[in-house]
Design a protein around this ligand. Structure first.
Ligand SMILES: Nc1ncnc2c1ncn2[C@@H]1O[C@H](COP(=O)(O)OP(=O)(O)O)[C@@H](O)[C@H]1O
Ligand SMILES: [Mg+2]
Length: 244
């Protein structure tokens, strides 16, 4: 059986500029993959490449037995790729509920399910997208991705800039989603230890290339590699931060 998502020697970027270089990996339903690496190495560009927001210069992307390399982002979303961008990208002129409904596709996840997962959003359903807090905007962005009933969830630094209490709440939601086994999840995160604990497998990027691909537990247990990839203390203040 073919993989759910397969990147085969993918090179991509913005216009003529190449950012993602010669990237290959594949994942199956239920797989959880962390994508790590320092700022500016191309983590977001890789997510955009899967979601259809870059120009594909070479290589192939298949999803669900289908070549999606030439498909517009809209069709990839419809086809089961739920993308939560680093920039959140909610529609400020629409209400919370309209933001959710715009992405709705038939399946297990509907308004009730999203509101149960994020009670804040239920309370704010009539509020405009710009009237809610940063944490609520991130919940909305995740909820909107779920409304599309994706088979693959792309989460790009979903905790960035949020208060610890919100980070904890979101992480619980991600664990819950992961433990359903119903999605594949690709998770970009600056908090290295949090990501290594969350995802059984980790890819490390440097200058757009995959420099490491393996079991997260093996990487976490290898201080030399951790120092090379993330800095002497394992990416500064972020490395010490762990979920509990
Ligand atoms: N829209 C864009 N147009 C041109 N270059 C971009 C664009 N977005 C990001 N880049 C460049 O791509 C490189 C990787 O960025 P990014 O994928 O955001 O890295 P990361 O998410 O790992 O911090 C950076 O050099 C950045 O300047
Ligand atoms: Mg990024």
């Amino acid at each position: 059986m073919a993989s759910l998502l397969r990147l085969d020697r993918v090179t991509a970027g913005f216009g003529p500029t190449v950012i993602v270089e010669d990237v290959s990996f594949s994942i199956e339903q239920g797989d959880v993959l962390a994508v790590l690496g320092r700022n500016g190495v191309g983590k977001s560009s890789l997510m955009k490449t899967i979601a259809g927001h870059t120009r594909l210069h070479g290589g192939g992307i298949t999803f669900n037995d289908r070549d999606i390399g030439a498909l517009a982002s809209y069709h990839r979303a419809r086809g089961g790729i739920g993308y939560v961008p680093q920039t959140r990208d909610i529609f400020p002129s629409l209400t919370v509920e309209e933001n959710l409904m715009i992405a709705a596709q038939p399946g297990q996840w509907d308004l009730d399910g999203v509101y149960e997962l994020f009670p804040n959003l239920a309370q704010r359903r009539r509020n405009g997208g710009q009237e809610i807090s940063g944490g609520e905007q991130q919940m909305l962005s995740i909820g909107r991705a779920l409304m599309g009933n994706p088979r693959l969830l792309l989460l790009d630094e979903p905790m960035e800039g949020l208060a610890p209490v919100i980070v904890e709440k979101l992480f619980e939601v991600f664990e819950l989603l992961r433990d359903t086994g119903k999605f594949a999840i690709i998770f970009v995160e600056q908090y290295v230890n949090l990501a290594l604990n969350f995802a059984p497998r980790t890819i490390v990027l440097d200058r757009g290339r995959v420099i490491h691909d393996g079991r997260s537990a093996d990487l976490a247990a290898d201080p030399e590699k951790m120092a090379v990839y993330f800095g002497a203390s394992g990416q500064g203040a972020n490395a010490g931060r762990e979920h509990h």
